[in-house]
Design a protein around this ligand. Structure first.
Ligand SMILES: [Zn+2]
Length: 339
């Protein structure tokens, strides 16, 4: 930085130390401002890019990592998330907060393991943010942890009770916006998407809720669609964000894969097919969402079924379908990409 001449005290030999101290004080006084305006961009790491309930070796289930100057935040923790986090050079106790979009297996499967590992490594308490029902989910996991805690007597000597290792904040109509605890520059806004909305096959008004999250920082904004069909709420939530992290499902291929891997009775198969058709997005629908909200970059994730290893062919097919609707930057994500 430069200090205007008019602000520089006239330095004599006697005053040299005082002058130096004043100049340093001016620099120190301004340093935080410079650091804030030039704070490193928030970074996104795709930990898991596959949708469930399928299990694959090449794609972990849905999980993302946000790296802010204040610390690390995970968005969903599907199966394989902890392994990918480790591969990315981090540990569960590095994570200060987890945002859950909804309570399907492919978004929460690693949450229990995550809570246990953080407790055992005596990490500071973590915030878990999620839709209504998240408190019930976490309380159940903590109850289920008791036998593990009791069996870990040596490890647990002097440790914080596992019940005190997490704090849960539910987001809903009455609480749709919050400053993430410990992250003064990170604002989280949630809206219900259409994944589990009333009116979907077999779902009523008392059905569980699925959320999309908008995350704003001083330098960058993100929209995590969560699993969803087309949604006016998401279009409103995401206006002018920089980066959209969105999901795609090839419904017919996903149903074929589900029929091979799950033992679905006919009634369940019909319901799942209906839900797949209305509660997820095709590439064209995802592209239309990114266009309507005016995003710069679209990160395509939760790729379902994606039963073959990720390939350039798959990337090109998805990209060309999306590009008919969206002219911005499109990246078909693979696990452990950094943005
Ligand atoms: Zn999913």
């Amino acid at each position: 930085m430069t200090v205007p001449r008019s602000e520089l005290p006239l330095c004599s030999a006697r005053r040299l130390l005082i002058c130096a101290a004043l100049i340093v004080a001016v620099m120190l006084d301004r340093a935080p401002v410079a650091a804030q305006s030039q704070s490193p961009d928030a970074r996104l790491v795709t930990l898991g890019t596959g949708g469930g309930p399928l299990l694959r070796t090449e794609r972990a289930q849905s999980a993302n990592l946000l790296i802010f100057p204040e610390g690390l935040v995970a968005v969903d923790l599907g199966q394989g998330a902890i392994s990918r986090l480790t591969q990315a050079g981090h540990r569960p106790d590095d994570i200060k907060a987890v945002l859950l979009t909804h309570h399907h297996i492919d978004h929460v499967a690693d949450l229990w393991s995550f809570i246990l590992h953080r407790w055992a490594s005596r990490a500071e308490p973590m915030t878990i943010v999620g839709p209504t029902g998240t408190k019930d989910l976490v309380e159940g996991l903590l109850r289920a942890s008791r036998p593990i805690v009791e069996a870990s007597e040596a490890l647990a000597n002097g440790i914080r009770p596992i019940e005190a290792s997490v704090e849960v904040l539910e987001m809903n109509d009455r609480n749709s916006r919050l400053a993430l605890p410990g992250f003064p520059s990170v604002m989280v806004t949630a809206a219900e998407n259409s994944h589990l909305a009333a009116g979907q096959a077999g779902l009523t008004n008392s059905a569980p809720v699925s959320l999309g999250y908008r995350i704003d920082t001083p330098s960058r904004s993100f929209l995590f669609t969560g699993d969803t069909g087309p949604s006016m709420e998401l279009e409103r939530l995401g206006q002018n964000v920089d980066v959209v992290i969105g999901e795609v499902v090839d419904v017919e291929a996903a149903m074929r894969a589900a029929e091979q891997s799950l033992k679905l009775p006919e009634a369940a198969r019909r319901t799942l097919a209906q839900r797949m058709g209305t509660g997820h997005m095709t590439p064209a629908q995802l592209g239309a969402l990114a266009r309507v909200i005016g995003a710069n970059t679209l990160v395509v994730s939760h790729i379902t079924p994606s039963t073959a290893p990720p390939s350039d062919d798959e990337d090109e097919r998805l990209t060309s379908d999306i590009a008919r609707q969206f002219s911005g930057r499109i990246v078909v994500a693979r696990d452990l990409m950094t943005f």
